[in-house]
Design a protein around this ligand. Sequence first.
Ligand code: C2E
Ligand code: MG
Ligand code: MG
Length: 367
Amino acid sequence: MIAAGDAILFVAPDWFRNIAEADRRMASMVTTRDGQHVMRAWGDTTTLMPGATEEPWHDFGPTRVQRACDDDYDLCAMASLRASGLWGGSLQAVLGLCLLGGLAGVGVNSLLGASRRRRASLEARLTRVIRNDRLRVVYQPLRRLSDRGLVGFEALVRWTTASGDDVPPDVFVRLAEASGLGRSLARQVVRKAFTEMAPVLRADAGLYLGINLTAEDLLDAQFHEYLDEQAAHHGIAATSVVLEITERSTAMRDDLVRNIRHLRAKGYRFYIDDFGTGYSSLDYLATLPLDAVKIDKLFTQAAGSDSVVGQIFEPMCTMAMALRVGIVVEGIETEQQARHVCRVAPQAIGQGWLLGRPVAIDDLPKT
Ligand code: C2E
Ligand code: MG
Ligand code: MG
């Protein structure tokens, strides 16, 4: 599986089997450009030294080694064939090999080409949408599980294309970050969400607004200023705002911790999103100044089942309690899940279809 941007290419494991087994004098390898990571290898690869040369081909004794790298992706293919191997085989085998190689090349190239074109067009459209201020924000309610009382809303960004298709935020938020539009997106969401939610938050100090941020936003001093300015402009107390970042954002750990401390000192609260899906060490979690963890829906939806994922739910809650932080449980879709969560963590806050779908500002539930 090779991933780049929003495209994933799966190569069926059986694809090359016949070629590799057809001639024992052939060897091949798919690696990263520097050769540090070997994705697949076939045959005796001792003559293949990934990353050793930029040359498209060279001879190694009686063996010819050929190398080709993709221009845009960190992906190289190398193959070697002993001299007698090629000409020693039947003409049919040689022709078959060439044909298969050609077909595989055309197939992979057209796949990568199509994905590149799609990405470029999506990026151009996203740039226009952000510039023209056309992203929307919807709000999903968060409720205490004990009595289902409303405690706040999470702002979730939405992009509907001119042809009426919804592009998932998981896709376009990442695309925005990768193409340098992340700063504008974060500001647009903050401005829109603050403008729309200000009357609700001013009317009830017990409610909070959750905003999803990336690590880059948190590390950006100008973004902090923007957040403060917008909060002041709309009369929203910092204590009514919760900042969420995913557990995967572990880059620049010390800077991140310093910035989070700074924001928390001003009153903003701070949640770790998608808890359990990242790879942070416990030590990292223990040092992060947190108010709550949001347990990912992956665990909620399997909770109470015999599966490994399901069995992790309870220890995760125990861990959060040991860290003395609050628990928000994502992805509650059924009464059964809500009851299970309530038994394990009676003080938890819940989010999910059962407790309320994300809605536009005019459709917010009042209780
Ligand atoms: P998230 O922050 O974990 O948001 C919760 C996601 O779970 C939302 O998906 C929500 O619609 C979905 N969800 C809520 N309840 C349920 C449920 O009961 N069942 C299921 N299956 N799903 C549920 P959405 O809106 O597609 O957002 C996906 C992710 O995109 C968010 O995950 C967040 O990481 C990111 N995102 C959304 N808005 C923003 C934004 O303004 N800025 C940034 N940086 N990221 C955002
Ligand atoms: Mg979130
Ligand atoms: Mg989440």
